[in-house]
Design a protein around this ligand. Sequence first.
Ligand SMILES: Nc1ncnc2c1ncn2[C@@H]1O[C@H](COP(=O)(O)OP(=O)(O)OP(=O)(O)O)[C@@H](O)[C@H]1O
Length: 362
Amino acid sequence: MSAPLLQITDFHLGFRTRRGTVQAVDGVDLVVNEGETVGLVGESGCGKSATVRSILRLLPDKVARYGPGEIRLNDRNVLDLPEAEMRRIQGGDVAMVFQDPMTSLNPVMTVGDQITEYLAAHTDLDRAAMRARVIELLSMVGIPVPEERMTWFPHQLSGGMRQRVMIAMALSCEPRLLLADEITTALDVTLQAQILDLLHALSERLNTATLLITHDLSVVAGMTRRVYVMYAGQIIEEAETDALFAAPAMPYTWGLLRSAPSLDAPLTEDLTPIEGLPPDLAAPPPGCRFASRCPYRREICQSRMPDLRAAPDGGTHRVRCWGAQDVPEGGWLIGTDWREDTGDPRIVADIRAASAMAGTES
Ligand SMILES: Nc1ncnc2c1ncn2[C@@H]1O[C@H](COP(=O)(O)OP(=O)(O)OP(=O)(O)O)[C@@H](O)[C@H]1O
């Protein structure tokens, strides 16, 4: 069997700060296969961006310390590649789209010139062919009258249009892997759905694998087949997306589901945020990193870190939680029905609704 397109193995990343090393990524394993769309979900500050930017080595050299661990792209460890080779990969095999197109687009260049410049750096098309390609790309992402819009500056376009331009640019060289970091966070709900639909359609058409990074679990429903949930620098749960929605095995994931707006709930319904704050990554606690916020914590949770192991529903579902593992050290603290034991029918109903949504749309 050939190696996965992207294989991250026991990857660590530290930031040097005056307070010591902030261990932003702490032993992450993650795989994206050719043509596959995978989600990476977690609250702000959990290390999603740090993980994803490490794939292209985009973090500031002065403060970032990569490793130990490996990030293999096409079976080559990017952490060992020379700078020139990394530049070839950026925008070639791998492209990235960020949350805020205004900071990624040049405000004093027309969008047409920016895409042309990108194409010139990565292809050997002549000027006429590049112009035709720019028009084709803009119309591919649904920008009307592309011949005219390519002469516009970023500030003349709406937020949704700017995000479409970024997607056009990222896909212009038909990358094998697209890294999409919170690309819909700044958009309203209707635009979010449009951009996600567009990305879904284009990545299928071009057979581009996508790593979709978001703090919002509802974004991955219907978009991804598999999802990784990250917390305080670690993967704490991974599963097929519909399995995760049907039976989140870790109280943190369950909390994320409760705090995400459910598409069919009335707008007046309160969301339930997860109480408390993540730990300081410069001095993480010895046990489970979610323990201080977890309503189900026991002694072992605070003193010993659980490994990522098979979840109760089996298959490829894995979870880093003492309460959801069948282990002699103290598993089944919570019991298999703990999600329903809370007596809050709304929570269970929400999980079921989300699961049904994932089931119908995946
Ligand atoms: N340049 C830096 N120097 C020091 N610490 C940093 C730096 N960049 C990020 N961090 C820290 O690393 C941790 C992970 O940050 P990261 O940006 O990867 O999180 P995230 O999950 O992507 O959140 P967000 O969605 O808000 O970007 C955080 O604790 C953050 O404060």
